[in-house]
Ligand binder design. Structure first.
Ligand code: ADP
Ligand code: ZN
Ligand code: ZN
Length: 802
């Protein structure tokens, strides 16, 4: 009876969701399980693959190629995650292998590399030319010089070299030297007595070894505890008293110990929320909650106490937060409650650290997992609760394949584990709030701040008037400057938010209106001061700063828009004694910089924290009593139906940083659109009214959540190819769907050209289209046979229409 493995192979250019069958060699029979990575022959190559099934096949007659090697001792994806990968492939129109790769930590993404090895057939001359060190060499035709390449190819045709495949699996377990002994205690005792006089240090080691546990102990610990040197240990090894054995250690991403905290006494609304969630946890109910709590209402405490319930029942918990909010402040709050049980997963960790945290979770050593988007795939078993903080954040949606939303994955896992999912936000996404309105989610409201502290008073500053009255400095209004000065006088702190990065947004000629654009993309270049360059933020193109207008040769060039660096300089001029900290992409690029800046601000080493939207979320500094938003409008102008929602969310979030402790907070929002409903409702921080207003707009425009949406994009270096592909897709879509569906396009995307490619899109809005999935699956399959260089993407429920 033949055993056959179903393998999803990793071949980027020929992807399919159908597994291929391979014979399982006898030697691997008892070892191989679904969820393991293997290498298999495929065409003329060897590729890596993933075992998704094993079948006993008595019928099979033909000749199957055998699996070549197994890369894992145990499955790297358990059966839940294997099922999840299939579901993900179905719902996001991505290929199964892409989904599997996405779910694994970076270190487990095996790569198979070609090597070319010498054989005995080679002449001494050939050997000296091509294999001077006698070893196999990497065979990457793109990296070899043409002479060597053709030489090697000739040798290969002559059968004088062989091509082999090496798996470059970077999964590295970190070890430290460890020590064990195999001698019985009595013998160690005898030895200790016999050397006591002559070699007291050796005796000390022997005495220490007597109480050594069976598992290896770190050598560093032995040296310290026994009070002996490394030399004594080496001597002991030679004499056969002890054995050295590598000891597996975890790279610990938390350097500092965290002071433990106790659960707080909940207020009535918190108590009601925790009770409802606890009931669902206890009853293993896959219920979805929306915790709608204003900023500073104590949502985090609700999460922590619900997690405690899951742990008490012997289950584990997953808490998702936006990457940007994964500040040490937030992770410390969880660590301080649950200590060593906590694992943290985010992009700031090295690949090794990520892998170690992943293994701690996989082995059940960590039972609370805090992490950003991809942590939703953490191999947690016995899940008792899933929490998604700031559920409205668009960073929960991945904008490359697989284009999944972590919220959907969380809900799937909640169903799988029969556990509740808690979605929390001060400004829930319209989709989530609408589901709560329909009764699909249970809504839990925290409508006031802890201890009834008032929400901050928000002032709207009409910048049109400001610019008219003052001679054109459109960065700082008079009321905001007065308010900042007051805080400086009272030794309170200020948070200022600017929605940009770089020094100045773009260059424009005041004579002819020419704007300097990227030659590859369709967007304006950004002016950078240090070094002085014009840069494209999409493709990285750089060029010198022009002295005269490239179009009309006028010298009247002005830099429009504002960047954090320029604002910092201007502000420093206005307030020479203020201590300003700048926090943006540039100042936080280095590892740990983000944390250091926040610590500095927390110690009141600075008066003003000036930053991009990265300062809007999660910060909890009691001494901050003023928040200023320098340009509330930047997001409003974007061609995206969520522009108002994003603006309202951002303004509400950043306002929430003010007045979180005893001292009341104040907010100044500078805007050129003071009458816009998103700005006006952000002033009163009235989410419910915003929800009703925005739902009305969405209803008028046939947008989500009233309609579902799918975005199809085609891109190619040749604009015609991209457009034609989109027209073909349009035809396929139109024939496959009912006339209820609204199909928009094809249109060039808002940013039509990025990285030398042209982008065209079609957007489908629909309510009920039973054939849609089949149509899109066909488009996906067809896209693989498409013209060279043409990329087609399918994005279900896109978060970004740009
Ligand atoms: P949110 O996440 O809703 O913005 P937080 O959870 O950060 O609010 O809570 C705001 C502040 O109130 C925090 O400093 C927190 O420690 C404190 N806090 C939360 N719940 C309580 C409580 N029941 N009693 C006293 N202080 C609380
Ligand atoms: Zn000009
Ligand atoms: Zn560019």
């Amino acid at each position: 009876m033949a055993q056959i493995a179903q393998v999803i192979v990793d071949v980027p250019t020929m992807q399919t969701n159908e597994p291929y069958s391979y014979a399982i060699p006898d030697a691997l029979r008892d070892q191989l399980q679904p969820g393991m990575r293997v290498t298999v022959p495929f065409g003329h190559r060897v590729v890596s693959g993933f075992v998704v099934g094993i079948t006993d096949d008595t019928q099979f007659e033909g000749q199957l190629k055998p699996i070549q090697a197994v890369l894992d001792l145990a499955p790297v994806l358990n059966s839940e995650l294997q099922q999840l990968a299939d579901w993900l492939a179905t719902t996001t129109y991505a290929f199964r292998i892409t989904c599997i790769q996405t779910m694994l930590p970076n270190l487990l993404k095996a790569q198979v590399e070609r090597e070319i090895a010498p054989t005995a057939e080679l002449t001494a001359q050939e050997r000296a030319t091509y294999f001077p060190d006698g070893m196999a060499r990497p065979f990457d035709s793109t990296k070899l010089d043409p002479t060597t390449l053709s030489g090697l190819l000739k040798l290969r045709q002559a059968g004088k070299v062989t091509v082999t495949y090496q798996v470059k699996d970077k999964a590295a377990v970190k070890t430290t030297p460890g020590i064990t002994t195999t001698l019985p205690t009595s013998q160690l005792q005898e030895l200790a007595t016999s050397v006591a006089k002559r070699a007291p240090k050796q005796a000390a080691l022997l005495t220490y070894l007597q109480q050594l546990p069976a598992q290896p102990v770190a050598q560093a610990k032995v040296i310290k505890d026994a009070g002996v040197s490394a030399e004594v240990i080496r001597a002991g090894e030679t004499k056969g008293w002890l054995k050295r054995q590598p000891l597996e250690v975890y790279r610990d991403p938390f350097q500092q110990p965290v002071a433990p905290t106790k659960p707080l006494t909940l207020n009535d609304q918190q108590h009601a929320a925790v009770t409802a969630i606890n009931t669902a946890v206890t009853q293993h109910a896959a219920q979805t909650f929306l915790v709608e709590g204003v900023t500073g209402s104590g949502k985090t405490e609700v999460y922590l106490q619900s997690i405690a319930t899951a742990l008490k029942l012997g289950r584990s918990a997953l808490m998702l937060v936006p990457e940007i909010a994964l500040t040490p402040q937030m992770t410390n709050r969880v660590k301080s409650r649950f200590g060593h049980q906590v694992a943290v997963l985010h992009s700031g960790l090295s690949k090794g650290e990520q892998y170690d945290e992943w293994r701690r979770i996989d082995r059940g050593e960590a039972t609370v997992v805090v992490g950003a988007r991809s942590a939703v795939f953490a191999p947690i078993q016995h899940l008792g609760l899933i929490i998604m903080d700031e559920e409205h954040e668009s960073s929960y949606k991945q904008d490359e394949n697989p284009r999944y939303h972590a919220r959907d994955v969380a809900l799937w896992r909640g169903q799988y584990h029969d556990c509740p999912v808690v979605l929390g936000s001060a400004t829930p996404s319209l989709e989530t709030r609408a589901r709560a309105a329909k009764g699909l989610y249970t809504r839990l409201v925290l409508d006031h701040r802890i201890n009834h502290r008032p929400l901050p008073t928000v002032h709207i500053v009409d910048m049109r008037e400001e610019v008219k009255q003052h001679s054109g400095d459109d960065d700082f209004s008079a009321p905001l400057m007065t308010a900042i000065q007051e805080r400086l006088d009272r030794h309170e702190q200020v948070v200022l938010m600017l929605n940009r990065r770089g020094f100045s947004s773009f260059m424009m000629c005041r004579d002819c209106g020419f704007v300097l654009k990227c030659p590859n993309c369709d967007i304006s270049l950004t002016y950078h001061v240090n070094p002085r360059l014009m840069k494209c933020h999409y493709c990285g193109h750089e060029e010198a700063v022009p002295q005269v207008c490239p179009n009309c040769h006028s010298r009247k060039i002005r830099y429009y828009g504002t960047g954090t660096q320029k604002v910092e300089e201007a502000l420093q001029k206005l307030l020479p004694s203020a201590r300003i900290l700048r926090m943006d992409v540039d100042s936080t690029r280095r590892k740990g910089a983000h944390e250091r800046l926040l610590k500095q601000f927390g110690r009141h080493d600075a008066d003003i924290l000036l930053g991009t939207q990265m300062i809007a979320k999660g910060l909890d500094f009691p001494n901050v009593t003023l928040v200023g938003v320098l340009n509330a409008d930047t997001a409003l102008g974007l061609p995206d139906f969520r522009a108002s929602e994003r603006t309202f969310q951002l303004l509400t979030q950043v306002s929430g940083r003010a007045g979180r402790a005893e001292k009341p907070g104040e907010v100044y929002i500078q805007t050129f659109n003071p009458d816009h409903y998103a700005i006006q409702l952000a002033q009163t921080q009235d989410y419910e009214r915003f929800f009703v207003t925005e739902m009305h707009m969405r209803h008028q425009g046939n947008y989500p959540p009233y309609y579902y949406a799918v975005q199809l994009t085609a891109s190619h270096e040749d604009e015609k190819v991209a457009a034609q592909a989109m027209y073909q897709i349009l035809a396929a879509v139109k024939t496959g769907l009912s006339d209820q569906a609204i199909v928009l396009g094809p249109t060039p995307k808002a940013i039509a050209r990025v990285k030398r490619k042209y982008y065209y899109q079609v957007v489908i809005k629909y309510k009920h289209e039973p054939h849609l999935k089949a149509v899109l699956d066909q488009i996906r399959q067809g896209s693989q046979r498409a013209a060279r260089g043409l990329a087609v993407t399918i994005d279900a429920e896109p978060m970004n229409f740009m």
